[in-house]
Ligand binder design. Structure first.
Ligand code: DX5
Ligand code: ZN
Length: 217
């Protein structure tokens, strides 16, 4: 299953409806929403009012990536806005097991993200609680950064861990993804690729989506 989740961080904030309509009509699978608090990462993106606008326009699942400290405070609010996949950072959660359990209890799919410096091995005792693991292939905070190649090896390790456990956790990769690395990532075992600038910065976003999504075929 090769999915693509374009990141709305690179969309035109002056006309979110138009970009949402473009994604609705494309082969994109999910809307990726990057929420940054200026504390966990050195940038602030957008919050609930913007997400609610996107939720109103989007006809595909919402995949929220929380780059915020203490995400437990807001799980319910994201649920109420219609978020389907809710991902918190391993590095931001003291009681990750509880947080992932609460996300599931609210009826959302649970996700955990790991930064480039965080090894896959820290997930050994938590992977069954996650419906998705997000491997960061840049340091979170900004779109348009260069892909960290080491992420491909981390995807391989994670694929092995997930297969050994026999769980159906999806692997998502986020940061610097484009048509040049998509095939290697899917081949290593990734299921969902996030792409911001490679989609919204392209002359034809529809073609850019296809060139990533069908890269491995
Ligand atoms: C980075 C975000 C990414 C970002 C991806 O902190 O989590 O989702 O928007 O953008 P590109 O694809 O441009 O690296
Ligand atoms: Zn993201």
């Amino acid at each position: 299953m090769n999915l693509i989740a374009p990141s709305m961080l690179s969309a035109n904030f002056g006309n979110l409806e138009a970009d949402a309509a473009m994604l609705n009509s494309s082969n994109a699978d999910w809307f990726h929403l990057d929420v940054m608090d200026g504390v966990f990462v050195p940038n602030i993106s957008f919050g609930f009012p913007v997400i609610s606008t996107i939720a109103r326009c989007a006809k595909k699942p919402l995949d929220a990536h929380l780059m915020i400290v203490d995400p437990d405070r807001y799980l319910e609010q994201f649920c109420k806005l219609g978020v389907n996949w809710l991902t918190v950072h391993y590095e931001a959660c003291t009681h990750l097991h509880r947080t992932l359990g609460q996300i599931r209890a609210l009826g959302m799919k649970s996700g955990v993200a790991i930064n480039p410096h965080t090894p896959v091995s820290v997930l050994a005792d938590i992977v069954e609680m996650a419906d998705l693991v997000l491997v960061m292939s840049v340091n979170p905070g900004f779109g348009g950064q260069r892909f960290i190649v080491r992420a491909i090896e981390k995807v391989r390790q994670l694929r092995q861990l997930i297969d050994e456990r026999g769980c159906s956790t999806l692997i998502e990769v986020d940061g610097g993804v484009d048509a040049s690395n998509a095939a290697s990532l899917y081949e290593a075992g990734a299921n969902v690729l996030v792409a911001g600038s490679a989609v919204f910065g392209a002359a034809s976003p529809l073609q850019a989506i296809d060139s990533i999504k069908y890269a491995a075929r």
